[in-house]
Design a protein around this ligand. Structure first.
Ligand code: AVJ
Ligand code: FE
Length: 444
């Protein structure tokens, strides 16, 4: 029945709201007052800003818009408007203190749950209302991942802890051939897909090869040790300029010890760089330079999504590489269950039909595509989520990382960032063009 459906949806939404809040609290309760209000990097907001911003968006969308309630704290709207203040400047603002922020987000949540209880969630208003709750869940989880990246930048004793991911395993091949042909990209049916993932549309993709796994630390270290950062041949003009100006010489957080071995700091723990884990904290320019050095290139966004979703046996587009079922801990390294990417081959159950592994989770994958709307795109519900970023200086990232919650990720989910950014959990895999011989040998 419609009432039963609405009730089930309400319960599901309430559970997801509670889970995202538990994560936000775990990320902020673990650090002391001074650390919460500190600027750990000009690239990031103080943690206390993210926390109150989460509440502020929830107040705007759920309490005022969906709930039709009076504003709780209209005077602070501007402080938490991401468009009014750069991340670097937020530490100077008269922000709510940590305890005020905690009280504020709890009060907002009470009223949002009240709105959820009263919202029909069915009928004419279902789309906008149901979606607003989904968007708020995803928004909080996105900021939780951003807070996790801030944790990686803070100094001092470690405050986050998690078990190690599952062990790796050998893959039968390092790359696979994807024959030319159309596939359906994007979605018109995922209920919580954001506007930029819509609508589903057919894309014709030429034949290509794609790596079965993300590029590992061991592979990336070969590029560094071979002088890859000293040779402009591998870098685009913009990439080389950035490499020189910013003094980039290795992935962020890498350091050599006295013997020359690579170490890194991860959430306050110093440890050797492990060869078979996906490389993380590289910018787009570093990823593209590695790919050129390796005789390859980065995939396009369409190539990534075809590798992740196209089932060559049926021609159908799947929801996930492994099929249509939601991710579980056995499929992919998501949800901050581990504080690092898992080694290559750790998720055989998560592989695509062609044998491409770890497309979902572990590290966001840089792609050689800018942020543009799909054909038929319609802004929904706010232009500030996607529309204002179209055509900017961005490259796409796909697949989510170990810090991405499954409730904020789909195989259609599109992330973007500036090509110089690497404080995010970003890695990559390579692709290359297929020649006429590849097709002939396969009778395609
Ligand atoms: C889509 C992940 C790039 O975190 O900056 C959060 C999402 N938008 N608040 C971001 C977002 C507004 C956004 N990304
Ligand atoms: Fe936000």
């Amino acid at each position: 029945t419609q009432d039963g459906d609405a009730e089930a949806l309400r319960t599901r939404v309430a559970d997801l709201l509670a889970a995202s809040r538990a994560r936000s609290i775990a990320l902020t309760d673990a650090v002391d007052e001074a650390d919460l209000v500190a600027q750990h990097s000009p690239l990031m907001s103080p943690l206390v800003w993210d926390l109150a911003h989460i509440g502020s968006q929830e107040e705007l969308w759920l309490v005022r818009d969906v709930g039709g309630r009076e504003p709780l704290r209209p005077e602070i709207d501007g402080l938490y408007d991401a468009f009014q203040h750069s991340r670097a400047s937020r530490v100077e603002l008269p922000l709510l203190t940590p305890s005020e922020a905690r009280t504020y987000v709890a009060e907002v949540r009470d009223k949002a749950l009240d709105a959820l209880g009263r919202s029909p969630l069915t009928g004419r208003r279902l789309e906008r209302h149901g979606f607003a709750f989904g968007m708020i869940v995803q928004h909080e989880q996105q900021h939780d991942e951003t807070m996790l990246a801030t944790h990686q930048l803070r100094t001092g004793a470690p405050v986050l802890h998690a078990p190690a991911p599952p062990p790796g395993s050998a893959l039968p091949a390092r790359e696979v051939y994807v024959p030319a042909g159309p596939f359906e990209m994007g979605t018109s049916v995922e209920p919580w897909a954001l506007d930029n993932e819509r609508p589903a549309h057919t894309v014709d993709v030429g034949a290509y090869w794609i790596d079965t796994a993300p590029v590992t630390n061991g592979e990336y270290a070969e590029f560094v040790d071979a002088g890859g950062y000293d040779d402009p041949r591998w870098w685009s003009d913009a990439g080389w300029r950035h490499r020189v100006d910013a003094g980039v010489v290795a992935p962020q957080f890498w350091e050599r010890d006295a013997s020359g071995a690579w170490f890194r700091d991860r959430f306050g723990v110093r440890a050797p760089v492990v060869a078979d884990e996906p490389v993380v904290h590289v910018c787009f320019h570093e990823a593209a330079a590695y790919a050129r050095w390796a005789g390859k290139r980065l995939p396009t966004e369409a190539e990534w999504e075809k590798a992740a979703r196209h089932d060559p046996a049926t021609g159908r587009t799947r929801r996930y590489p492994w099929g249509d079922d939601e991710p579980t801990p056995r499929h992919a390294n998501l949800g901050q269950r581990h504080l690092q990417p898992a080694p290559v081959g750790a998720y055989p159950l998560g592989a695509s039909p062609l044998g491409v592994h770890q497309l979902i989770g572990d590290v966001w994958e840089w792609l050689d595509t800018g942020f543009h709307p799909y054909p038929g795109y319609e802004t929904f519900p706010y232009p500030e989520y996607s529309e204002v970023f179209f055509g900017g200086d961005y490259r796409m990232l796909r697949g989510g990382s170990f810090g991405t919650d499954p409730s904020a990720l789909r195989s259609t989910f599109r992330n973007w960032d500036h090509p110089i950014r690497r404080q995010i959990f970003s890695g990559f895999r390579c692709a290359r063009d297929a020649g006429a011989r590849d097709a002939a040998e396969r009778g395609a």
